[in-house]
Design a protein around this ligand. Structure first.
Ligand SMILES: Cc1cc2nc3c(=O)[nH]c(=O)nc-3n(C[C@H](O)[C@H](O)[C@H](O)COP(=O)(O)OP(=O)(O)OC[C@H]3O[C@@H](n4cnc5c(N)ncnc54)[C@H](O)[C@@H]3O)c2cc1C
Length: 496
């Protein structure tokens, strides 16, 4: 049976992509190597933009997947950058989700899996991709057991060691790990009052409260840094057990904080790699399959879900044969828009790595300086907050122009808000004033009760980013019609 899209990997990114494609009317199947859920709580931090994207996935009772996640997690008011003492408050952000959500990846994946099941999207478990081959009509995927399936398009969301990336022979250049920290999910009787501790002599550790009375403990001792690739590999394989974790905490803090139960331990390094292409013919890469980095500031899952959101509506349009070339392989294509974001992600996490593990007086001085800049709550804090929250991540922005930026969740005349009014299969034209808008355009037309960026009207893509913005003196029916035509002209179905 040929499906429209086969997603390889039922991690958070693969499942988010499948859910968004399904919502856009695409027939999608997911193929997952494991037979059971992983049970590793790796990502614990969910940022506002991720919740905005998942708010587009409705539940049967009129709510959304994001609302289920918020109900299952713990909302905290501020994010950290490089475990610096001064934090980035999210409380004044212009979003329906002005907080960091602490939620274990196990829970995020459970809720995504339940959403797929409720919507009839099949996840084939125990199906491990071995190879794929593509032709002009589609892609044949072959499992390690020799089973074959056909799909018109494939998304490789199969994690850092992606078999899809290998099958396409896509380069994954970058840097190997030079540090390898410890981490654990635990129960504690006496958690420390402050979450982050950093010391030139003893290194750094953090203790973050998770839902359900658990804590995520992570950090680096000075001996965990300055490693050769071989040393980093050996340390990665040497997962700390309870005795070692207790000893580490005593060495670093003089206390094990009443360590009562160890649920999971692991190690995390700063290997940073980025795929050379996100698309080859009919096959795409998303999430960790496309980029890996130090888990700092809670970004991998969040950026991966944004990959999925950027790709889903474009691929849905391509599947339906109504995609303009600009989103297939032009300036607004998935590859053109998302690869620069992963380059920023790499730079951001390497900068955090440097601040987190340079256990020298110079490292201490740099931390003090950056923390003070954050405490000032000026441009530095805004820049970091905008990036980490995902709310200021923008595509192809020219100086001063709001085109490419995310449009906030504006209140609409007639009730409701913009984000839930966005359609997965068409653009939305938001009018800010009484200006009459052209009829019979293939767009959803809404009126906002609040202004944005001095615009008279904005054309919003299904992923919530501005495709075009008009000031009052630029707005005319013909100007709108011309721009809309450039985004909705039926393109050649891609057969590259
Ligand atoms: C300790 C730690 C803490 C982290 N904390 C955060 C955080 O707070 N916030 C955040 O945003 N990110 C965080 N991350 C990163 C986050 O966990 C990853 O970025 C995220 O899991 C990536 O999701 P994914 O779906 O791309 O890949 P994965 O989660 O790796 O999922 C890939 C899936 O593909 C399957 N698969 C693999 N090979 C095949 C195959 N050949 N055929 C079929 N299926 C296959 C796998 O079994 C898996 O289910 C953290 C990571 C670590 C290690």
């Amino acid at each position: 049976m040929q499906t429209d899209v086969a997603v390889i990997g039922a991690g958070p990114v693969g499942m988010a992509a499948a859910a968004l494609l399904h919502r856009a009317g695409v027939a999608v199947r997911v193929f997952e190597a494991r037979s059971d859920r992983l049970g590793q709580s790796r990502a614990t931090t969910i940022h506002p933009r991720t919740l905005e994207v998942l708010d587009a996935l409705p539940t049967a009772d009129g709510g959304s997947l994001a609302e289920l996640m918020v109900a299952a997690g713990t909302a905290v008011p501020a994010a950290h950058f490089a475990v610096l003492p001064d934090r980035l408050s999210y409380e004044r952000l212009d979003t329906s989700f002005p907080f960091v959500l602490q939620l274990s990846q196990v829970e995020t994946e459970r809720l995504l899996a339940e959403h797929l099941e409720a919507n009839g999207v099949v996840v084939e478990t125990g199906w491990e991709l071995a190879d794929l081959e593509q032709d002009n009509e589609g892609v044949t995927i072959t499992s390690t057991a020799g089973a074959q399936e056909r799909a018109r398009y494939v998304i490789g969301a199969d994690g850092a060691h992606s078999a899809v990336r290998h099958a396409l022979d896509i380069g994954f250049p970058g840097t190997s790990a030079t540090s390898m920290g410890f981490l654990a999910d635990v129960r504690l009787d006496r958690p420390p009052a402050h979450p982050h501790h950093w010391d030139v002599e003893r290194g750094s550790y953090s203790v973050i409260a998770l839902p359900g009375g658990r804590y995520r403990v992570f950090g680096h001792e000075p001996s965990d840094t300055g490693l050769t690739p071989e040393e980093a590999k050996a340390r990665q394989a040497d997962i700390p057990d309870e005795t070692e974790l207790r000893a580490t905490l005593h060495r670093m803090a003089g206390d094990d904080f009443g360590l009562r139960e160890v649920i999971w331990t692991s190690r995390a390094g700063d290997a940073t790699r980025h795929a050379e292409h996100y698309r080859v013919g009919r096959v795409f890469l998303a999430g960790d399959a496309a980029h890996v980095h130090l888990p700092a500031g809670g970004q991998g899952l969040n950026v991966g879900v944004q990959d999925a959101a950027n790709l889903a509506w474009k691929l849905a349009a391509e599947v339906a044969g109504r995609a303009p070339r600009r989103i297939i392989d032009g300036p607004q294509s998935y590859d053109a828009e998302r690869r620069p974001i992963a380059a920023r992600l790499a730079a951001n996490t390497l900068a955090q790595a440097s601040l987190m593990v340079t256990f020298t007086p110079a490292g201490q001085a740099l931390r003090d300086l950056v923390s003070r800049l954050i405490a000032r709550d000026g441009d530095t804090a805004d820049e970091l907050r905008g990036w980490l929250s995902g709310l200021e991540v923008a595509y192809d922005v020219s100086a001063g122009s709001p085109v490419g930026r995310r449009v906030p969740n504006l209140p609409l005349a007639g009730g409701g808000t913009l984000h839930r009014a966005l359609r997965p299969d068409r653009l939305t034209l938001v009018a800010f004033g009484p200006t009459p808008m052209p009829d019979e355009l293939p767009v959803e037309l809404v009126r906002s009760l609040r202004g944005w960026e001095d615009a008279a009207a904005v054309l919003v893509r299904p992923d919530g980013h501005a495709a075009a913005v008009w000031r009052a003196d630029e707005l005319s029916a013909s100007a709108v019609a011309e721009v809309v035509a450039g985004w909705t002209v039926v393109g050649e179905p891609a057969t590259r």
